[in-house]
Design a protein around this ligand. Structure first.
Ligand SMILES: Cc1cc2nc3c(=O)[nH]c(=O)nc-3n(C[C@H](O)[C@H](O)[C@H](O)COP(=O)(O)OP(=O)(O)OC[C@H]3O[C@@H](n4cnc5c(N)ncnc54)[C@H](O)[C@@H]3O)c2cc1C
Length: 586
C-alpha cells in the first residue's frame, strides 16, 4: 500500500502499555532483572493517569499497627469482599494485594514518598484514617508528587519512557503476545513494538461513555484520555472482559466541580457532613482517629469490630444521598463548618494531595470560599466504568491473561472494586517481576502480525487524509446520547436492543482527523464505542437486578437472582461475534 504514514519498529524485552501507577511500578521492577524495558504512554508519565495530580491515601495491611490491634490480613480481605464488593470480588486477588501492600508502601518511601509524620502517635509514625475497611487502613500521605517520583525512579533505573504514544492493537502469534502497535499522538507515526512480554495497564476506567452533568466535555473525575483503550484492544485480540454491565452509578460530589474526595468518609474526613437546605444532617461527620482512639475503640476482636462497622457502614450507605434523593430533597451541601481549626487544616492538607483537588483549593481561594464558614453545594457526578464496577480483563493468579505473555495490572484488571493505588502498586510490581525474569531466561521475539499493522496504517491513512467526515466530538456526543438514552440507570431488553442498533449507526459515521492529535481522539471514540457495545451486551445478558455493587437495574427483571447470576459476566469476540459467559466468583 502506498501510505504516507511512517512505521517505526522498536524491539524490547518487556513492553508496558500505560505509564500510570501500575505501569511505572512494573517498569521499575522489571529493570531489576537487567532486561530492556519500554513504557509506551499516551500522555506523559510525569502527570498522566488518575494519579496525575496526586493521591492522598493508600490502603495497606500494616503488620506493626494492625497486627497489634488483633486485626488480621484475612479480616482486611473479608472487609473488602463483603463490604466494598458485596461479594462481587476476587478473594485471591485481594489476598495478593493485601500481602504485598506494606512492602510496596516501603518501596515508595525508598523512592522518595513521604509517609511518616512526627505528630502521629501510631507505631511507624503513620497517619491512618478510615476509608474502605472496618478499621482505619488507609495511610494519609503526601502523594501529590507520586508520578514525578515514579518517573524519576524509572528513569534512574534505565526504563525507556516513550511519551505521547497511544497504543491501539495487541500483536499476537500462536496464542502468545508478540508485541503491540500504536500511533504517535504528536508525530502521527505508527509505532510497532516487538516484545517478549507485555503488561497492559492503560487504566481501565473511563468517564466518557455518558454526558457529564454540566455539559463540559472534559470536566470529569477521571482523566479524559482514559477511554477503555486496553479493554478494546484486548477484546479485539479475542480476550474475555468481565463485568462490563456494572457501570458505576452517578454519585454525588461537589456540584459543578467533578473532583475526587467523596464525603464524608474520604478526603473530607474528619469534619465533613452532608446537610440539606434546612440544615438537617443527612450524613454525619466522621471522627478524628488518633492512636489513643484506635486502642480504645478498636482493640477488640476483629469480628466485633466488623460487626460494629457493618452497622455504621450500612447506616451510612442507607443515608448517603443518591441523585434521586438529591432531586427530591436537595439542594444538599457538604458542610465542614463544625470542624476545629486543626481538622480543617488537616482536610486542606489531604485535599492538596488528592487528585485534582489542589486546583479545587485554588478555586475556593479565588472565589473567597472558606470551609470554616461556607458550605459547598453537591451535585451528581458522571457515570464511569471503574471503581465499583469490577470491570476489566480476566487474569489468573499470576496476573497473566489467556494470551501467553500478556499480563494486566492496576485498574485494567477485572474482578475487584476499589483496588485503587494499592492494586496498581502491587500488581504492577508483580508483572514487572515475572516478565523481567522470563525475558532474562528466554531469548525469543515472536514475529509480528504484518496484516494487523497494515490495517492500522490504512485506518490512520483514511482518517487523516479523508476529504469529508465528522469531527470526533460529534461522534462522541452521539455515543453519549445513545448510552444515556438506552443504557441508563434503569435498563430493559427492548431498550438495550434498540441501543445496539443505534451503536451500529454510530459506528458507520465517517470520522476525519485534521492532525495526529485528532487522529488519537478519533481512535479514542472508536474504542469508546467498543466499550459501549460491551456494556450494552453484558447488560442484556444479565437477566436480573442487583442493587450492590452498582445499582444494576433491569426493569424487565426486577428481582435479584443469586441462583443464576451470582457470577461475573464475561464478554468476548469470537470470529466477529460477541459471546457472553459467566465466571464463578471465588
Ligand atoms: C481524582 C482521583 C483521585 C484518586 N485518589 C486516590 C487516592 O487517594 N488513593 C488511591 O488509592 N487511589 C486513588 N485514586 C485511584 C488511583 O489513582 C487509581 O486506582 C490508579 O491510578 C490506577 O493505576 P493504573 O496504573 O491502573 O491506572 P492510571 O494511573 O490511570 O494509569 C493509566 C495510564 O495509561 C495511559 N494510557 C491510557 N490509554 C493508553 C493507551 N492506549 N496507550 C498508552 N497509554 C495509555 C494513561 O495516560 C495513564 O497514564 C484516585 C483516582 C482519581 C481519578
Amino acid at each position: 500500500m502506498n501510505s504516507r504514514i511512517e512505521v517505526v519498529t522498536i524491539e524490547t524485552d518487556v513492553l508496558i502499555i500505560g505509564g500510570g501507577l501500575a505501569g511505572c511500578m512494573a517498569g521499575i521492577k522489571a529493570r531489576e532483572h537487567g532486561v530492556k524495558v519500554a513504557i509506551a504512554e499516551k500522555s506523559n508519565t510525569l502527570t498522566s493517569g488518575q494519579a496525575g495530580s496526586g493521591i492522598d491515601h493508600i490502603w495497606a495491611y500494616i503488620p506493626e499497627v494492625h497486627g497489634k490491634m488483633g486485626w488480621t490480613m484475612e479480616d482486611l480481605v473479608e472487609d473488602h469482599v463483603q463490604d466494598v464488593g458485596h461479594g462481587f470480588a476476587s478473594r485471591e486477588l485481594l489476598h495478593f494485594m493485601a500481602r504485598q501492600s506494606y512492602d510496596r508502601v516501603l518501596d515508595l518511601e525508598r523512592y522518595g514518598l513521604r509517609i511518616r509524620y512526627d505528630d502521629s502517635k501510631l507505631p511507624g509514625k503513620f497517619r491512618l484514617v478510615h476509608q474502605f475497611h472496618s478499621i482505619p487502613s488507609a495511610l494519609n500521605v503526601d502523594a501529590r508528587p507520586i508520578k514525578a517520583i515514579l518517573t524519576k525512579e524509572a528513569k534512574r533505573r534505565g526504563v525507556t519512557l516513550l511519551n505521547r504514544i497511544m497504543m491501539t492493537d495487541l500483536l499476537t502469534a500462536d496464542g502468545a503476545v508478540a508485541g503491540a502497535a500504536g500511533i504517535g499522538t504528536r508525530d502521527g507515526k505508527i509505532y510497532v513494538f516487538r516484545a517478549k512480554g507485555v503488561v497492559l495497564c492503560s487504566g481501565g476506567k473511563t468517564g466518557r461513555l455518558g454526558r457529564e452533568s454540566i455539559g463540559l466535555d472534559f470536566n470529569l473525575h477521571l482523566p479524559a484520555n482514559l477511554c477503555g483503550d486496553g479493554k478494546a484492544m484486548a477484546l479485539r485480540a479475542g480476550l474475555p472482559i468481565m463485568s462490563m454491565e456494572f457501570l458505576s452509578p452517578r454519585r454525588l460530589g461537589v456540584a459543578h466541580y467533578d473532583i475526587s474526595g467523596g464525603p464524608p468518609r474520604n478526603t473530607w474526613q474528619p469534619a465533613a457532613s452532608i446537610v440539606n437546605a434546612l440544615g438537617a444532617t443527612i450524613v454525619p461527620r466522621t471522627c478524628f482517629y488518633e492512636w489513643g482512639d484506635l486502642e480504645k475503640g478498636y482493640r477488640v476482636d476483629a469480628g466485633e469490630s466488623r460487626r460494629a462497622w457493618l452497622v455504621e457502614r450500612r447506616t451510612l450507605a442507607a443515608s448517603m444521598p443518591t441523585p434521586k434523593t438529591w432531586q427530591e430533597t436537595g439542594p444538599l451541601y457538604l458542610d465542614c463548618t463544625g470542624g476545629t481549626e486543626e481538622e480543617i487544616r488537616y482536610i486542606e492538607w489531604s485535599l492538596s494531595n488528592e487528585g485534582k483537588c489542589h486546583h479545587f483549593l485554588k478555586y475556593l481561594e479565588e472565589e473567597g470560599i472558606d470551609l470554616r464558614r461556607d458550605k459547598l453545594e453537591m451535585g451528581p457526578l458522571s457515570r464511569e466504568i471503574g471503581n465499583l464496577s469490577c470491570a476489566g480483563l480476566v487474569v489468573d493468579a499470576n496476573l497473566e491473561t489467556e494470551l501467553r505473555g500478556l499480563f494486566a495490572a492496576g485498574d485494567e484488571v477485572g474482578g475487584t472494586p476499589f483496588t485503587a493505588s494499592t492494586g496498581a502498586f502491587t500488581m504492577g510490581w508483580h508483572c514487572g517481576d515475572v516478565l523481567g525474569q522470563r525475558a532474562k531466561e528466554d531469548d525469543t521475539l515472536l514475529p509480528v502480525d504484518g496484516e494487523k499493522v497494515e490495517s492500522l496504517r490504512q485506518l490512520c491513512d483514511d482518517l487523516l487524509f479523508a476529504r469529508h467526515g465528522c469531527h470526533w466530538r460529534e461522534v462522541g456526543y452521539a455515543l453519549q446520547n445513545v448510552m444515556d438514552s438506552y443504557c441508563g440507570e434503569v435498563r430493559t431488553g427492548p431498550m438495550l436492543k434498540r441501543g445496539l442498533d443505534c451503536l451500529r449507526d454510530i459506528r458507520s459515521m465517517p470520522l476525519k482527523a485534521a492532525n495526529p492529535h485528532e487522529l488519537a481522539r478519533c481512535l479514542e471514540v472508536k474504542f469508546l464505542i467498543e466499550n459501549g457495545e460491551m456494556v450494552m451486551r453484558a447488560s442484556l445478558a444479565r437477566e436480573e437486578s442487583r442493587r450492590h455493587p452498582t445499582h444494576f437495574c433491569r426493569a424487565d427483571f426486577p428481582e435479584q437472582d443469586d441462583r443464576n447470576w451470582f457470577a461475573f459476566s464475561a464478554t468476548r469476540l469470537e470470529k466477529g461475534k460477541y459471546r457472553l459467559s459467566r465466571i464463578p466468583i471465588r
